[in-house]
Unconditional design. Structure first.
Length: 145
């Protein structure tokens, strides 16, 4: 079952290679360069420590920016070259860099973000429902195949 809620992510592409993120819910900002090479969180222990540190106010800004860093990692890990900046994660990076990525490829990119970069142990059900569903239509997924 899906709900009619969402998140509005706005972005403005820039040619200088600087990513600047700001959220109303958290203090501070996240900045990084789109042309930097991202590395995944290699161990479960490192991932666990990062999640624990996310509860502190000092680390809160770094933690919410990790999904954008993960989007950069996922696209770069499959050979996509990013030179322009988009702020709203995968779809914004793709739009800002004129990349044509299918919904099924984006499901895999999101899996890379969550499993490899962030070190989470989850599947692809939510991403599949978001990217493959259409208003007024029933989405059927055979998870046993």
């Amino acid at each position: 079952m899906t709900i009619n809620k969402g998140i509005l992510l706005g972005f403005v592409p820039s040619a200088d290679g600087e990513v600047y993120l700001r959220l109303e819910q958290f203090k501070g900002e996240v900045k990084f360069r789109v042309d930097e090479i991202r590395r995944p969180k290699n161990s479960r222990e490192a991932s666990r420590k990062n999640r624990l540190n996310c509860s502190s106010t000092a680390k809160e800004e770094w933690c919410w920016g990790n999904y954008a860093r993960g989007a950069q990692y996922a696209l770069q890990s499959r050979g996509n070259v990013l030179s322009r900046v988009g702020i709203a994660y995968l779809l914004a990076f793709e739009s800002a860099n004129n990349l044509s990525i299918s919904p099924t490829e984006n499901i895999e990119y999101d899996r890379l973000i969550e499993n490899e970069y962030l070190g989470l142990r989850n599947g692809i059900l939510d991403q599949s429902a978001i990217l493959l569903s259409s208003h007024g239509c029933l989405t059927y997924m055979n998870c046993k195949a």
